[in-house]
Ligand binder design. Structure first.
Ligand code: ZN
Ligand code: ZN
Length: 369
């Protein structure tokens, strides 16, 4: 495989405008790269944030970072992945910095240049279209396209009997929520957890908590349909923050407080409640995108007397090569029904799918090819 190929890709040329599906040229895989024919790709909140200008990226760009597909070609240095393998694509990491060596690749010192710069690490482009080069290599994949170029580090081989079309979100959103509960907070059997925000990430945290037999899990979410789904997926209690003046009081009334909290909203007033709801030695994990000027809204004396902490968690502190197969095994065993969060849309309906998610009608849209 030494020449470029034609593919269809959803391109963002202007902030805030709909995706437009265009014909593009994708480079042949280099020695350390893998060409994947997409079967399905999730839409993550980060994709929509980038398209709408809440997270700065260079344009024009092809986004998409929850891809799953079949390997079509591999470079000469690729050893672990073979043509025909079914793969889930995740975030990229260097493999040799301090945190990568310690199996915490989501805190790779090279995370941003490798995942959101829009080019390969050396500045070269992987896609071109009408009018020249396109920014791509988003999370070393740019999976809003029929073909994607990935690296071995972010390519995870999965079993062929799994439903490939819907497996992509294990690479970001579902890993982010479940991993935050399991890898970062180290939730154990019987531990209590409050999840603020019942979207794809928050409900994945709930699924993760149930997979490790956590105790009380409370989901705080204004959307009635999502609260109902949370109860079906095993939440002990749900709270509608729009109907309650005192969410903190409600949590204390239910269980006295929680060992752990996860915020997926990024809203400072919500995070303040999450920190106050913690029992002694508790930890609040932050996953949501905050307003640019926000500072952590916690009373330090109140934190001191309980010995509680606050931490931002990236990509569920997951090592995708280990955690994605673990989630897949739980799914197969019926302990991790992440498919309940998903609705499929044809690739051509990318804009409708993203809108349905923003309106709260769909938890996790997946585009199928
Ligand atoms: Zn690294
Ligand atoms: Zn994501």
């Amino acid at each position: 495989m030494s020449s470029s190929q034609t593919a269809q890709a959803a391109v963002v040329r202007e902030i805030g405008k709909p995706w437009v599906i265009e014909e593009v040229e994708i480079a042949a895989p280099r020695a350390d790269e893998i060409l994947v024919r997409m079967a399905g790709t999730g839409i993550c909140h980060t994709d929509t944030s980038c398209k709408d200008g809440h997270f700065p990226v260079a344009l024009p760009i092809v986004l998409g970072h929850e891809g799953a597909g079949v390997v079509e070609a591999v470079g000469s240095e690729v050893s672990r992945v073979r043509v025909g393998d079914h793969v889930v694509l995740s975030f990229d990491s260097c493999g040799h910095c301090r945190n990568c060596k310690a199996h915490h690749p989501s805190y790779c010192f090279d995370f941003y240049p490798r995942n959101v710069s829009g080019t390969r690490l050396d500045g070269s482009h992987t896609l071109s279209g009408a009018g020249g080069e396109l920014k791509a290599a988003f999370f070393s994949q740019s999976s809003f396209a029929t073909l994607a170029l990935a690296r071995e580090a972010n390519t995870v081989v999965i079993d062929k009997d799994l439903p490939l079309e819907i497996m992509g979100p294990l690479g970001c959103g579902i890993q982010t929520g479940a991993g935050a509960a399991i890898n970062a907070l180290r939730l154990k059997q019987g531990d209590s957890l409050a999840v603020f925000g019942g979207g794809a990430v928050g409900l994945s945290a709930l699924l993760g908590a149930r997979a490790v037999d956590a105790g009380t899990v409370i989901v705080v979410e204004p959307n009635a349909g999502r609260r109902a789904l949370a109860l079906e997926l095993g939440a002990s209690h749900v709270i509608d923050p729009k109907a309650s003046e005192d969410v903190l009081g409600q949590i204390r009334a239910l269980c006295g407080g929680v060992n752990y909290a996860l915020d997926t909203t990024g809203i400072p007033g919500v995070i303040a409640v999450a920190v106050e709801a913690l029992l002694p030695d508790g930890m609040c994990g932050l996953l949501g995108v905050p307003p640019p000027e926000a500072t952590v809204p916690a009373n330090m004396m109140s934190m001191l007397v309980r010995g509680v902490g606050v931490k931002y968690i990236v990509e569920g502190d997951a090592d995708p090569q280990e955690f994605i197969p673990r989630m897949a095994a739980w799914y197969r065993a019926g302990k991790f029904p992440f498919d309940r969060l998903i609705r499929k849309f044809p690739f051509a309906q990318i804009n409708e799918a993203a809108q349905a998610s923003l309106r709260g009608e769909v938890v996790k849209p997946v585009l199928v090819f």
